[in-house]
Design a protein around this ligand. Sequence first.
Ligand code: GTR
Length: 383
Amino acid sequence: MAMNLKLRALQSVFLIACIAIVCGCSTTPKRAQFASVSKLPDPLRLDNGKRVKTAEAWKARRGEIIEMVLSIEYGHMPPSPENVVVKSELVPEIVNDGKTAHRRVLLRLGPEHSLEMAVDLYLPNNAAAPLPTVVRVGLDEKPSAQLNGRGYAYACYDQHALDPDPKEGTDVVGPAQAAYPTYDWGSIAVWAWGASRALDYLLTLPELNRDQFIVTGHSRGGKTALLAGALDERFAMVVPNGSGAGGAGCFRVMNPNSETLELITSPKRFKSWFQKDFGKFGKRENELPFDQHFVKALVAPRLLLSTDALGDLWANPLGTQATYLAAQPVFDSLGAPGSNAIHFREGGHDQTAEDYAALLDFADLHFRGKPGATRFDLLPFPK
Ligand code: GTR
C-alpha cells in the first residue's frame, strides 16, 4: 500500500515535471495553471440553478453577471449623466500627409458639469460617411494613419482626466470618484465609464455610423476597453489588446509567469484599479463565482476580438485562449458563433500595426462583408 502511494507520488512529480518542460517553465507550476476550461464556472447557469435556454433568460443572466463582476471585481459606476456637452473645440488641422482632419474637443459632463475630458478625433478625408469608428482608451495619435487609411474614423479620449494613473502603489481619489463619492468604482471602471461618455458625444456626430462603434485599448487600457464594451451595448465591437489580468486573461488558467489576481491587486501595485475588496480572492481564484469569460460573455452577441502576443506571458496568452473557449457557448446560444474571435501574433507587450490590422480585418469582415488576410480561428495552445 505504502509502496503504491510512493509510486503514485513519484508518477505525479514526473507528470508535473513533464508538463513543466512542455510549457517551457522552470519554476514549480502553480495550482491555477492546471485548471481546465471545462471546470470554469458556467456563464449559462442562472443563480437559481436553471440553465439559460432562451434569449429572454440570457437577458436575466446578463443582469446577474453584471452585478456579480461589478460588486466583486470592478466596483459600480454611476448611470449616464446624460449631460455631455462640448466646452471648446480646436480648429481642425490636417495631418497624415493631408489624409486626415484632426480636431480636439473638450467635453464637460457629470454633476454640475464639473468633469472635463478631452477627445481627439481623426477623420479620413474623402471617405464616404457615415464612418465606422474606432474609440481608443487613452490619447494616442499613432494609429490614426492606419485606421483612417482603411476608411475608419478614429477617436481617443483622455481617461486620466477622470481618474489619474499615478505610479503603482499610489492611489488618489480622482475627479470622477470625487464627483460621485457614493460609488465603489476602481480606476478601470472609471476609465470604462469615460469610454461611454466619449461615445455619448461621438453619437451626436452625423459623419459617424452609430451602429459601427468599436472600443479598443492596450494593457490597462485593454482591461478598460473590455469592461466598457461588455457593459455598453452601443459599442458594436470590442477589442481588448494585451489586457491580461482583469481583462481577457483567465484568473484560473495561466501561463507560468503570468500576472495573478494576488499580484495585480497588491496594495503596492494596482489595488486601486479594482473594487477595494477584490484582492481577497488572491490565491483563492477558485472561490470566485465567475472568471473573465463571464465579462467576455457580456459582449455577446456583439463582436468581440481579443488581440494578444505570444511573447507577452505577463498578460497570460494561455488564459486569454481559455476565456475565448469558455465564452463561446454564450455566443453559440445567441446564434452568433462567429462573433467571438481571438488573434495572437509573435512578439511582446504592445498594440502594434498588426494588432490594428487584425481589428480592421475583423471589422471589415462583419461591417462590410469583406474578408481580409487575418485568420481568427488559430489557437496556439492545445484545447
Ligand atoms: C503592468 C500591469 C499589467 C498591465 C500593464 C500596463 O504593470 O501589471 O496588468 O496593465 O502594467 O497597463 O501597461
